[in-house]
Design a protein around this ligand. Sequence first.
Ligand code: PLP
Length: 360
Amino acid sequence: MIEYENLAKVNQPFFDKFKRAFKDVLESGWYILGGEVQKFEKEFASYNNVRYCSGVASGLDALILSIQVLELEKGSEIIVPSNTYIATILAILKNGLIPVLVEPDIKTYNIDSLKIETFITSKTKAVLVVHLYGKPCEMDTILDICKRKKLYLIEDCAQAHGAEYKGRKVGGFGDFGAFSFYPTKNLGCLGDGGAITTNKSEYHDKIKMLRNYGSDKKYHNKYIGINSRLDEIQASFLNIKLKVLDHINQHKRTLAQLYLDNLKDDHILPLVHKDFFDVYHIFNIRHEKRDELKAYLLKNNIKTEIHYPVAPHKQKALSFLSDQSFPISEEIHKTTLSLPVSYFHTKDDILKVIEVLNKF
Ligand SMILES: *Cc1c(COP(=O)(O)O)cnc(C)c1O
């Protein structure tokens, strides 16, 4: 059986280091917002070529807090891709704001930068882009729009740690980069975790308060904050894994290249372009007979996933969007299939998947 994901196998190379890190944190007696978190924030900021980074409790919180910092007027609209994971849209709703969904480009699966402008109204205050599957968005066009229309820019980098657009890492293009360290992500911890990157010191100072009850000084509260702190334990694991993030990404890129070089034409492959340094959090193909293909692979002992089976505007929780039509998103949701591309997979695993796929 070729599994889609196996987190014990992904983390196995780090077990000894994790055990030592756990022992150190355990014996230190300091479990929340201490030296490990500070070290991680400094090193993750440096890795992403940004000035500041704040650890938070999850990727969703990273998005929620990024938006909260801006204190946007009630009724403000935020532009977001229509085919994203629901967390991106929830973060807008949790701030009491209005998500305006824009269709993706069918080739990149990322927000269609050429369509954004037609959705801008007097209420639009920000664009929230998602570097989906580990491919960066078309940042030149997006930055230009945000500058001309005076819109804030937030990047959802939950699937794109280390991805680059024209040689620049994601997470530093906009006002904020929101990262998740959920265990399956390219940089994953052993529980929940997240981080917000920014180049503005006033944003950074405010995030550090908002994540800690809005407190600037112990028992003195400046904002209506929340409790969203990265644990010392998780930060200690992240400090170990951050050192090999480039290696993890490179491994996934090598596996992806095998698919790109060897899969036959009737599978629609992800776009490769010199502007994008993709990190393949997900390697997806598209196929007319997706469900049949998935069943066929399973019969041949190959597990796959679908990211995502239901488009956000078709979710019960977002029924207020159900009267809108997003044909491109729907086409993607109907035809996309995610192939094994994890850190623990070997080249032989992937060659086996290719062999089976090419016989379909
Ligand atoms: C995983 C993910 C999130 C949410 O991260 P959590 O840490 O699970 O809260 C947000 N956006 C996207 C695109 C994701 O893939």
